[in-house]
Ligand binder design. Structure first.
Ligand code: PXG
Length: 441
């Protein structure tokens, strides 16, 4: 393998790394130089089992031939085409293919380049939708504590991860938050927790406080990923849907992580049988290969904009790279790969095996909770005294040295392997983590 350029010593100063402890990283870099299927290769030639599908995005595993070839062919045939007042066939084809696998009632696709952009796009569509219908007092947006909706100003305003908000000024006005659903009495639950559906009723309190006629939308992750895998209590999402319906409030599911098979259905909306008005997605849409995000909407939302003179732009929003042809080619080949390998439902087949493997970590040092659903799981550790996050960070570094890639948030270890993972690889991932936890203990 030609490792020359990749393994050469490099000056690490200029790159200000995102969401990274820059000084720690640069003192002991973890460099990835190649990837294939379930494994990364490091610059020192080690194989690392990918327990996180990159950053929850490479659902079909790495360097899948069909996707690689589609991207190579498209970039050589038409590298870029404007999407404003112009079109190219792949963008329309991909939108139709997404609608085909989306929940019934989803009929339109608005493209962007990331989950953060998808969230800000969905929030803007919600505001503009009410205004287009003459309901322009509906300007408030409701998020949830511990929610993660990317890093745009809209996303951090409705989001509820304190460190993502506190450094960035006054954010959007007119935002309120539901309480999170992470209850101690649900510790070590396998699958959906029993307790907490009543927390959806807090929405009634917020509505009573502000007046339903001022609220545009509620946005939640059907299963909160980044904040440490917080599962919706049984009945919670249905209740949110009932309350939002009753008050004419839009419900947005942020499916940037749950979209494209993570829970065993194409989208979490299908898994939980709750139909939102909009779905945001990204990541698995192109298997992480080319950046792309999208907002999926009902006809009711889309059609509300389709009025007035025909030559006038209906929605003053879009990005230079909305529907980029290379991203569309990646998206189509990704959907083909998912279909050929049955990946959009594979997490359901593996769920029990995954669950039992993960819950086998109960009793290891400092493990205070384990939770799982589909092919996602979290192991929560008790924080070290006066050093929150340190225990999990040490585990993360040691796990990488031991040959597995995991994610951490605070003292929670999160795992979301590619959906192609085998049972043997589940054993390898969880077994290595067990060893690291034992040693760290
Ligand atoms: N919404 C949700 C629900 C997400 O999980 C975003 C929006 C933002 O997507 P972009 O493409 O703008 O990053 C996300 C992203 C982690 C981790 O390990 C999670 C995300 C990104 C990076 C790391 O928890 N989620």
């Amino acid at each position: 393998m030609p490792l020359d350029r990749k393994s050469a010593p490099n000056d690490l100063r200029a790159f200000w790394m995102p969401f990274t402890a820059n000084r720690q990283f640069k003192s002991a870099p973890r460099m990835l130089v190649a990837a294939k299927d379930m494994y990364y290769t490091t610059s020192d030639g080690r194989q690392i089992l990918d327990g996180t599908a990159g950053l929850w995005c490479c659902n079909a595993g790495h360097c899948r031939p069909k996707i690689t070839e589609a991207v190579q062919a498209q970039v050589a045939e038409m590298d870029y085409a404007p999407a404003f007042q112009m079109g190219h066939p792949l963008a329309f084809e991909l939108a139709n293919r997404i609608v085909d696998i989306a929940p019934d009632g989803i009929e339109h696709v608005f493209y962007c380049n990331s989950g953060s952009e998808a969230v800000d796009t969905a929030l803007k569509i919600a505001l503009a939708y009410h205004r287009a219908r003459g309901d322009s007092a509906r300007t408030r947006l409701i998020g949830r504590e511990r929610g993660y909706h990317g890093v745009g100003f809209g996303g951090i305003s409705v989001g509820g991860i304190v460190n993502n908000r506190r450094f960035f000024g006054s954010l959007l006005t007119g935002v309120d938050h539901l309480p999170h659903t992470h209850l101690p009495e649900n510790a070590f639950t396998k699958g959906q927790p029993e307790h907490g559906a009543n927390l959806a009723d807090e929405l009634e309190r917020i509505i009573a406080l502000h007046g339903a006629e001022t609220i545009a939308a509620v946005i939640v992750e059907p299963m909160a990923g980044s904040t440490g895998v917080l599962l919706p209590p049984k009945g919670y999402l249905k209740r949110l849907r009932e309350i939002t319906h009753k008050h004419g409030i839009l419900l947005i599911f942020d499916e940037v992580i749950t979209g494209f098979g993570r829970l065993g259905s194409p989208f979490a909306a299908q898994h939980f049988d709750v139909m939102p008005d909009m779905i945001t997605c990204a990541k698995g849409l192109t298997n992480g290969v080319i950046p792309m995000g999208a907002v999926l909407t009902t006809a009711q939302i889309h059609d509300a904009f389709m009025q007035g003179p025909e030559h006038v732009i209906e929605l003053f929003h879009g990005y230079t790279y909305s529907g980029n042809p290379v991203a569309c080619a990646a998206g189509l080949a990704t959907l083909d790969t998912y279909a050929e390998d049955g990946l959009l439902t594979r997490a359901a087949d593996l769920e029990t095996y995954w669950q039992e493997a993960l819950h086998g970590l109960k009793g290891l040092p400092h493990v205070v909770d384990i939770r799982n659903m589909g092919l996602i799981g979290a192991v929560e550790l008790a924080p070290m005294e006066c050093q929150p996050g340190k225990r999990a960070f040490d585990v993360f570094v040691k796990a990488f040295e031991a040959g597995i890639m995991i994610r951490i948030t605070g003292d929670i270890i999160a795992m979301s392997p590619p959906l192609i993972i085998s049972k043997e690889q589940i054993d390898e991932l969880v077994g290595t983590l067990a060893e690291v936890l034992r040693q760290a203990g």
